[in-house]
Design a protein around this ligand. Structure first.
Ligand code: ZN
Length: 314
């Protein structure tokens, strides 16, 4: 047992292992700043605010209040047990559908009749309870988040880690802003601590269709640019070669034959320095800037802007 000072009151808190298995302490963990008086308004408000369904809590609180007047405070431990069990059972049985963390539960509701712009009248209908995605195409990305290193990962010294829900939400949002990226296959979205190349915030392996984001990515200011660039590598390996050939020509790549060897000669005008590394890198740089700053591409190379816009409308 150890004592912990909370505000002016001193209360006893059991060791964590026993607290974890005791529902009363679970409630205290949810609302630790409050006293043990579970009948106080502040306690009820706190529980309400941590995400229980309002109806469910109202029922539970009413149940407790009746219990208080009849049995007295001596029974409050039992009441808390009942409250938790009651809460869990309502939670478990009131929803036929269990939504994923990237979805919102929408209960059954009536959609009133209305007239569409073209004059068609739609009848009043009942919309069944369903799960709605919080972000565009979250259903595609959600199952791809992986917490461990794949067996085939080429960098044996890179340590992988678990995704936090905030990080996932951030990526859902970022991916929803990349046009048509959901048309391309991705195997997994991985999370690792540090790249073998210290300054690298993210990598992609287009051959296995994996993307990895390092700690540095989340500390970076240009996360959207980084993720879009890595996704562009995935696109470059799946889009038709003809599209990439047209791109290369419009970007200014030339083929040079010297002593029976064919060389790809980079354009003299480059959108980014490392674009000269390869046609693929050049494409990814253009795609990254097209998504994050289209006006820049429009001014720099209108042909490429039109080529990208035709396939990936913003
Ligand atoms: Zn690249």
């Amino acid at each position: 047992m150890r004592a912990k000072r909370i505000g002016a009151k001193k209360i006893q808190i059991a060791p964590f292992s026993s607290r974890k298995s005791n529902p009363i302490h679970l409630v205290q963990l949810i609302c630790p700043h409050l006293s043990r008086n579970v009948f106080s308004n502040s306690y009820k408000n706190c529980i309400l605010s941590v995400g229980y369904q309002k109806l469910q809590i109202k029922r539970v609180i009413r149940f407790i209040m009746i219990g208080e007047s009849c049995v007295g405070k001596i029974m409050y431990r039992t009441q808390i047990y009942i409250m938790l069990l009651f809460g869990i059972s309502i939670n478990g049985y009131s929803r036929e559908i269990q939504c994923k963390s990237w979805q919102t539960y929408v209960k059954e509701h009536t959609v009133k009749s209305y007239v569409k712009k073209d004059g068609t009248r739609l009848k009043q209908t009942i919309r069944k309870a369903h799960c709605r995605e919080k972000w565009k195409y979250a259903d595609k990305w959600g199952p791809l988040f992986q917490n461990t290193k794949p067996d085939y990962w080429p960098q044996s010294k890179e340590d992988f880690k678990k995704w936090s829900s905030q990080e996932k939400e951030f990526i859902f949002q970022e991916l929803s802003e990349i046009p048509l990226i959901h048309h391309y296959r991705v195997n997994s979205i991985l999370r690792a601590k540090k790249s073998k190349d210290k300054k690298n915030p993210a990598s992609s392996i287009p051959e296995t269709k994996d993307i990895v984001l390092y700690d540095l990515y989340f500390d970076s200011k240009d996360t959207k640019e980084i993720l879009t660039h890595e996704m562009a590598h995935i696109i470059a390996h799946q889009i038709e070669t003809k599209y990439i050939s047209i791109f290369a020509e419009k970007s200014g790549w030339k083929l040079e034959i010297n002593k029976r060897q064919v060389y790809e000669v980079p354009p003299t005008k480059l959108i980014k320095k490392d674009s000269s590394f390869s046609i693929e890198e050049d494409f990814c740089n253009y795609f990254e800037i097209y998504v994050t700053n289209p006006e820049k591409i429009k001014k720099f190379n209108l042909d490429i802007y039109n080529l990208l816009k035709q396939r990936f409308p913003l």
